[in-house]
Design a protein around this ligand. Sequence first.
Ligand SMILES: [Zn+2]
Length: 139
Amino acid sequence: MPDAKATILHCMDFRLEKAIDTFIDDNGYAGSADIISLAGAAKTLANPADKAELATVLREINLSEKLHHVHDCILINHTDCGAYGGRKAFASGEAEYAAHARDLQKAQDILNHTYPKLNVRKILAKIDDQKHVTFVEVE
Ligand SMILES: [Zn+2]
């Protein structure tokens, strides 16, 4: 099996599609990324709906790591995500950011524990009212 550079776990939301293509190009992952598209992205690891959801995302990441020897795993959550109840589920933009940052961190911790060599990046895609997408690295 050929090596890939990265596994990218992002939400399946259609508003992200073009922006994620650009993100992949801009980060040098074009043609070398395994894409996992699941509603809620990091939520499937940090706060899964059920055991099957957790098993699904772990199986995909495991296969990417074992078969394609990826070095980077990019977790991309986004604002106004339906899996989180949308923007309206939060009292403020700061509260929404904090919820995503918390889940991204928990997902990173899970992956770091299972795959110590994997370089995990945490990204929040901010979608504004005009559906413009801006990617923010979450520390
Ligand atoms: Zn979403």
